[in-house]
Write a protein that binds this ligand. Structure first.
Ligand code: GLC
Ligand code: CA
Length: 553
């Protein structure tokens, strides 16, 4: 297996809100086809498609009703192939989302399975006469009674997402077929959804008292056959030059290393979650003030922890989290904090992922009523917790946490509906009102825009072996306002300095850099001139200022 993915960066498409090509208000593959040059221009080398398969959209594509087709709203297989070919022509790899922990309840397998106990699909899902006490992550109890079958089925996520029974060899065979289907078509790999949940502990023991919604997790995370099953799938993938990145909710460094190294190795990379909890307790719904110390601790833990052993995946946004500027930065200092956040992660060791709209600094949407939200988990959280709080407070929690903030239509220009769809159409979801200011078209023209800063970062990263492969070192880990890290290789060192403060702060330079002349490669304040710069031991950073220096030692 080659490791081409180490030099890459990816752009994530959540298709429904990306670009509408046929004027029905819903993003689609025609839209993607037209925007491939734009994606390329950002400086990435690949695309990850969140699910584009047929789906009743109870969880917007993560509830699949046919693994080997394209949702008719988004196009068809022939169009997908066209997109794939064009992407390849542009030098972009394409990876698909593999969602095998569960299907939609409208998948034919489930339709058959619920019919009775002795047909080929009876054991495709997890059925019990009496449920245990597990709670689901998305919708109350993890068990739903099915009157047709007269039993309960397990759903770790929403009711319309029944968990597959991976212990059944026939189900694993189906997964193999799905992998082959897409790999034969030419896709380059998979992002594997909640892949650490697919093997459940035998006997499904009762959950332990923990936070609400996760009491069963110790019994379904990293389960007894998790590596065995994933290795079976990896064997199929290894026949192709493809790569696999697993999403590992709540994964620890220790367990990630098992997926990524040694005899059990079954994935190339894993999405970890620790650094996404610097402003919350476990989920964004349990909000806490942002703590830079937490962010830095999480980053360094994974950087040091995987170095020389495995490869990090780097991200700040995806379709499951609110917008990062609204969380770790500041909407008031949108451009400065958006650019600084980019530098805070794009130069780490690993493969960066950029989520649609992140590269132009899109921010959270705040809708006036819970009924206006679409995301199943936001709705459940609203109706499940803090019921004694005022309406306004409960809605505020949704504003801080909803996944829908990442799912508003992409802001292409300042025309009606942000250019996401034709003026006469009604977009399927609310466009953020700031689109007249925050959009691709404006930022193309502006050399100091967030978009152009992302471009500059990705270009710099790619041009340097030190930034791609060098070691990582954090400086001043106890500093509550500034994140300073270094990448080193041979005699070259990069020093990346990021202020997370909205007022000016003093910063120190690591001792071995004092008095040296470095070259300022990037800065998000235009008045600071690029080029040779003598570094003094103490300096000041303005609001959310970031600087990237290159030194020869
Ligand atoms: C993953 C997906 C998320 C989905 C969940 C269930 O976490 O990223 O969007 O809701 O799995 O499939
Ligand atoms: Ca459309």
């Amino acid at each position: 297996m080659s490791d081409w993915y180490k030099k890459m960066s990816f752009y994530q498409i959540w298709i429904r809100s990306f670009a509408d090509g046929n004027g029905d208000g819903i993003g689609d593959l025609w839209g993607v086809y037209d925007k491939l040059e734009y994606i390329k221009s950002v400086g990435v080398d690949g695309i990850w498609f969140s699910p584009i398969y047929p789906s009743p959209n109870a969880d917007f594509g993560y509830d699949i009703s046919d693994y080997k087709d394209i949702h008719p709203e988004y196009g068809d297989l022939a169009l997908f192939k066209k997109v794939l070919d064009k992407a390849h022509d542009l030098g972009l790899k394409v990876i698909m989302d593999l969602v095998i922990n569960h299907t939609s309840d409208e998948h034919p397998w489930f339709q058959e399975s619920r019919k009775g106990r002795c047909n080929p699909y009876s054991d495709y899902y997890i059925w019990r006469d009496t449920p245990n006490n597990w709670e689901s992550l998305f919708e109350g109890n993890a068990w739903e009674y099915d009157p047709q079958r007269g039993q309960y089925y397990l759903h770790i996520f929403a009711k319309k997402q029944p968990d597959l029974n991976m212990d059944n060899p026939a189900v694993r065979k189906e997964v193999e077929e799905i992998l082959k289907f897409w790999l034969d078509m030419g896709v380059d790999g998979f992002r594997e959804d909640v892949i650490n949940f697919i093997s459940k502990k035998e006997g499904l023991p009762s959950g332990v008292p923990l936070l609400p919604a996760v009491n069963g997790m110790p019994h379904y995370k990293d389960g007894p056959h998790i590596y065995e099953y994933n290795r079976q799938f990896r064997r199929v993938c290894q026949k192709y030059d493809c790569f696999q990145i697993g999403e590992g909710p709540m994964t620890t460094l220790k367990s990630a290393l098992k997926y990524l190294t040694g005899p059990e190795k079954c994935l190339d990379m894993m999405f970890s979650f620790d650094h996404m909890m610097a402003d919350c307790f476990y989920t964004e719904y349990m909000h806490r003030p942002f703590s830079l110390l937490k962010y830095k601790r999480a980053i360094s833990k994974w950087q040091y922890g995987l170095e020389g052993r495995a490869w990090n995946s780097l991200y700040l946004e995806n379709h499951d989290h609110p917008r990062i500027i609204s969380r770790y930065g500041s909407e008031v200092f949108r451009v400065k904090s958006g650019t600084m956040l980019a530098a805070s992660y794009l130069f780490l060791q690993g493969t960066p992922f950029i989520y649609q709209g992140q590269e132009i600094g899109m921010t959270n949407i705040r809708l006036g009523r819970i009924e206006h939200y679409e995301d199943v988990s936001s709705k459940t959280n609203f109706h499940r917790y803090h019921l004694k709080d005022s309406m306004a407070r409960r809605l505020h929690r949704i504003h801080l946490s909803s996944r829908d903030s990442a799912r508003t239509p992409m802001q292409w220009d300042d025309s009606p509906h942000a250019g996401f769809t034709v003026p006469q159409a009604q977009p399927w979801f609310y466009v953020n009102r700031n689109y007249t200011e925050v959009n691709v078209k404006n930022q193309e023209k502006d050399p100091s825009s967030i978009l152009n800063f992302y471009r500059a970062c990705l270009k710099l990263r790619k041009s340097s072996k030190t930034l791609l492969f060098g070691g990582y070192r954090e400086h001043f880990p106890k500093d509550r306002y500034v994140f300073t890290y270094e990448r080193y290789r041979k005699d070259i060192r990069y020093l990346i300095i990021c202020s997370f403060s909205e007022s000016a702060v003093a910063f120190r330079v690591p001792r071995e850099y004092e008095g040296r002349t470095g070259e300022l490669m990037l800065c998000n304040y235009e008045d600071r001139e690029k080029g040779p710069d003598k570094v003094r031991s103490i300096g000041f950073l303005r609001a959310y200022e970031t600087r990237v220096y290159r030194f020869r030692f």
